[in-house]
Design a protein around this ligand. Structure first.
Ligand SMILES: Nc1nc2c(c(=O)[nH]1)N[C@H]1C(S)=C(S)[C@@H](COP(=O)(O)O)O[C@H]1N2
Ligand SMILES: [Mo]
Length: 306
C-alpha cells in the first residue's frame, strides 16, 4: 500500500480491533440462522434491517436504464459503452482532514469489511425511481478508520478522470471529474453506503464499478459513481450539478415532494418497470427514509436548503 508519508501502514493497521470482532460475530450470527445472504451468487453479504420490503427492480432494468454522463447522455449509453472501463487495479485517495491520508488500494479497503445487502429505494431528480438491492457497507466504516479530524465538516468525492475510457469526458457537457459532497453527519449516517455490487454480484460498470456512493434519501445525482478520491474538508465542497445549474440542483438534494424542480413537479414519480399505463406514485419525503434522517435537518428550511 502506498502511503503519502512514506510509511507502510496497511489498511488492517488502521482497523479498530473491536470493529473486527463485531463483524465476525455478525457474520457468524447470520450464518447460524441461515441468513448468509445471496450466497448462491458471487458475493456473500449479510441482510440488513435497513432494507425496504418493496420488490426490487429487475437486474435488466437496473443495468439498462442509467445516468452516467462519462459514457454519454442517453439512458442506454452507459450499458453500451461502460465495458471499456478498467476497474482493476483501483485505489482511492483519501485526504484532507484525516489522521491517516493515503492512496489505498480497493482490496485493502475491502479487507475486513462486512458486506451487507441493502435494498433501497432510489430516486432520480428526473422524477423516476427504482428499488435496487445494493451490496455495500457504511461509508462511516472507512471514515472512522482513517481518523476524522475535528475541523472536518464535509466530505467531498470525485469520480475517475480517464477520457481514454470515458468518451463523455472528451466533451465539456460537465466540468469533469464528476464531483459530489455530503455534510459530515450525512456521510456518517448508517444509511449512507459505499456500494461494490448489486444483486449479489460485483458492481456492473454502468452502475459505477468498482465502488460508488449510495445515499437513498437524496436525489440520485448525489450517489457518485466510480470513486477515486474522498476528501474530508472544512467548507461545503463544489459539486458538479450544483455548479452547472445552482438554481436547479441544490447541495442538499433531499427527495421532497413539496419542493419542485424549477422545470417540473417533484410531487410524483414514475417507477421504472411499472409499465407504460401504470399510474405515477406519490413522492415520499426523504424518499421514505424520514424516520431515519429527518433529524439531520431539524430547524432547516428545506425549500431554502434544497
Ligand atoms: N460519476 C457519475 N456519477 C453519477 C452520475 C454521473 O453521470 N456520473 N449520474 C448520477 C445520477 S443523475 C443518477 S440518477 C445515478 C444513477 O445511478 P444508476 O445508473 O446506478 O441508477 O448516478 C449518479 N451518479
Ligand atoms: Mo439522476
Amino acid at each position: 500500500m502506498r502511503h503519502q508519508n512514506g510509511s507502510d501502514l496497511s489498511w488492517s493497521d488502521v482497523t479498530d480491533k473491536s470493529v473486527w470482532l463485531n463483524r465476525r460475530q455478525l457474520i457468524a450470527g447470520a450464518a447460524a440462522i441461515g441468513l448468509a445472504g445471496p450466497a448462491a451468487a458471487g458475493i456473500s453479504a449479510v441482510p440488513s434491517s435497513l432494507s425496504t420490503q418493496e420488490k426490487p427492480n429487475t437486474l435488466e432494468e437496473i443495468t439498462s436504464y442509467n445516468n452516467f454522463y462519462e459514457f454519454g447522455l442517453g439512458k442506454e449509453d452507459p450499458a453500451a459503452y461502460a465495458s471499456a472501463l478498467t476497474v482493476d487495479p483501483w485505489s482511492i485517495q483519501i485526504d484532507g482532514l484525516v489522521d491517516r491520508p493515503g492512496t489505498y488500494p480497493l482490496d485493502d479497503i475491502l479487507k475486513g469489511v462486512t458486506l451487507e445487502e441493502r435494498i433501497y429505494r432510489f430516486r432520480c431528480v428526473e422524477a423516476w425511481g427504482m428499488v435496487i438491492p445494493w451490496i455495500g457497507f457504511p461509508l462511516a466504516t472507512v471514515l472512522d478508520r482513517v481518523g476524522i479530524q475535528s475541523g472536518a465538516k464535509y466530505v467531498a468525492f470525485e469520480t475517475l478522470l480517464r477520457p481514454e475510457e470515458m468518451p463523455g469526458q472528451r466533451s465539456s457537457i460537465l466540468d469533469w471529474p464528476y464531483r459530489e459532497g455530503l455534510r459530515l453527519d450525512e456521510a456518517m449516517h448508517p444509511l449512507t453506503i459505499l456500494a461494490t455490487g448489486l444483486y449479489g454480484e460485483e458492481m456492473p460498470k454502468q452502475n459505477g464499478a468498482p465502488i460508488r456512493l449510495v445515499v437513498p434519501w437524496k436525489y440520485g445525482f448525489k450517489s457518485i459513481k466510480s470513486i477515486v478520491r474522498i476528501s474530508l474538508v472544512a467548507e461545503q465542497p463544489e459539486t458538479t450539478w450544483n455548479m452547472m445549474a445552482p438554481g436547479e440542483y441544490g447541495f442538499y438534494a433531499n427527495v421532497n415532494p413539496g419542493v419542485d424542480h424549477p422545470r417540473w413537479s417533484q410531487a410524483s414519480e414514475r417507477r421504472i418497470g411499472a409499465g407504460l399505463f401504470s399510474s405515477r406514485q406519490e413522492t415520499v419525503l426523504f424518499n421514505g427514509y424520514a424516520d431515519e434522517v429527518a433529524g439531520l435537518y431539524k430547524g432547516m428550511d428545506l425549500a431554502k436548503f434544497y
